[in-house]
Design a protein around this ligand. Structure first.
Ligand code: SAM
Length: 402
């Protein structure tokens, strides 16, 4: 559902207002550079060779300073370094950013501090340096346990390298997760079952399992449109999804979100908080943020081009804050976001929260979806069943009253 656009607001209108029962606070830090750009990826990513020798520290520290005007009170419970490939960030910079976050908001003693890593930039000594800098959870982009698939996905690491990185990470970090991409061209159900079994044999406590999606403006989009490869049909993709749910649940890692599986107590706290409507500050090129203020929920979106973001913050002319947009969300935006994000979670959204926000729900359609087994029957909660999760977009649109 498209979000209504509202006029741009100056940050100075949002002087860190204390709101009653402020939601939990997280910080998302986006590092937009990668050694090689994967042909399926449409995130805000740039080749590391384009990274000017400019002082990126200045940008990140100024962005944190501006963010403090938006939300002054902490503590910060979670920090997530995403990308791009933030395992390419100098560990000293990571350590200094965490120290700055601690100075500004206080970093909770048991804070979850995650970082996304590529197996290529994850030799043991580097992982140890990241741990010493304050990272306690590593999310490793393994993507496939098959050499030909890694090549197709444009990955520059081998299966053995990914395994070695995963095993090394297990001895260094409190928590380690791995990402895999399935429902790839030519992949059979039996092949995916075998690959998933190999992943589960490593006994991870958390896995993000994504179906390959062909995103506009990516090399894969052009190659797919030119008929260079054929994607699995909907029925096969659905079978793969069901197999994923059953195998992971049997191994003790049930889904807690559409694409995320974890052992009890191992869900990613940062992502959980944002799906539950928590506050997070978006730091870095293209990063999004959400903050509850006395005047409502504010959405921020940083300038996407790394050079433009850095220039805006380095100049600081007229209070330039590196943002492309800072706006107060309307009620409709907040309602849509709450349902959209909440229904991704297996736990769903408590009805009491939807009522408190005044979300207009279509009771008739909800009753029909419950009767059809696509929504859970519990009237205290709005939650999608496993069968419903395959039709999530349609269900999300249906439950919101027109
Ligand atoms: C921001 S990426 C970080 C990847 C990390 N830099 C690396 O090289 O491994 C997060 C994850 O999103 C997933 N992803 C990105 N684009 C995707 C697509 N088009 N289809 C499916 N999964 C995708 C990948 O599994 C990836 O690990």
């Amino acid at each position: 559902m498209p979000f209504r656009t509202a006029p741009m607001l100056s940050l100075s209108l949002w002087p860190g207002v204390l709101v009653a029962e402020a939601p939990q606070l997280g910080v998302y830090i986006h590092w937009p550079f990668c050694a090689a750009i994967c042909p399926y990826c449409d995130f805000n990513v740039h080749p590391v060779r384009d990274m000017q020798t400019a002082d990126w520290r200045v940008g990140y520290f100024r962005a944190l300073e501006h963010a403090q005007h938006l939300r002054a009170h902490g503590p910060v419970e979670t920090v997530f370094f995403g990308g791009g490939t933030p395992s390419l960030m100098p560990p000293e910079l990571i350590g200094d950013l965490l120290a700055d976050i601690d100075r500004r908001w206080g970093l909770a003693a048991d804070a979850e501090v995650s970082l996304e890593a590529n197996p290529v930039s994850a030799p043991q000594s580097h992982l140890q340096a990241l741990r010493a800098a304050g990272i306690n959870r590593l999310s490793l982009g393994v993507q496939a346990f098959d050499a030909a698939a890694l090549k197709f996905l444009g990955r520059t690491h081998s299966v053995a390298q990914a395994r070695t990185a995963f095993e090394a990470a297990g001895g260094i970090f409190d928590r380690v997760s791995l990402d895999l991409i399935y429902a790839r061209p030519g992949q059979t159900l039996a092949e995916w079952a075998d690959e998933l079994a190999r992943a589960l044999a490593l006994a991870p406590a958390h896995m993000s399992l994504y179906q390959l999606t062909i995103e506009p403006d990516t090399p894969f989009f052009k190659r797919h449109a030119a008929g260079k490869f054929i994607m699995p049909d909907e029925a096969l993709a659905a079978d793969m999804y069901e197999l994923t749910q059953a195998s992971c649940a049997a191994a003790g890692l049930p889904a807690y979100e559409v694409s995320n599986h974890a052992r009890a107590g191992h869900a990613c706290r940062h992502n959980m908080a944002s799906w539950r409507g928590g506050d997070y500050l978006g730091i870095g090129p293209g990063a999004h943020g959400r903050v509850s203020t006395g005047r409502g929920r504010v959405a921020t979106r940083a300038l996407a081009k790394p050079a433009a973001w850095l220039e805006s913050l380095a100049d600081g002319v007229d209070g330039a804050d590196g943002m492309a947009e800072t706006r107060l969300l309307g009620h409709e935006d907040v309602h849509a976001e709450t349902v959209l994000l909440g229904l991704r979670l297996v736990e769903g959204v408590p009805m009491s929260r939807l009522e408190a926000l005044g979300v207009p729900l279509d009771a008739g359609r909800i009753a029909d979806l419950r009767a059809a087994g696509l929504l859970e029957a519990n009237p205290q909660n709005l939650a999608v069943t496993q069968a419903g999760r395959l039709l999530l977009d349609r269900i999300t649109d249906a439950v919101l009253a027109d």
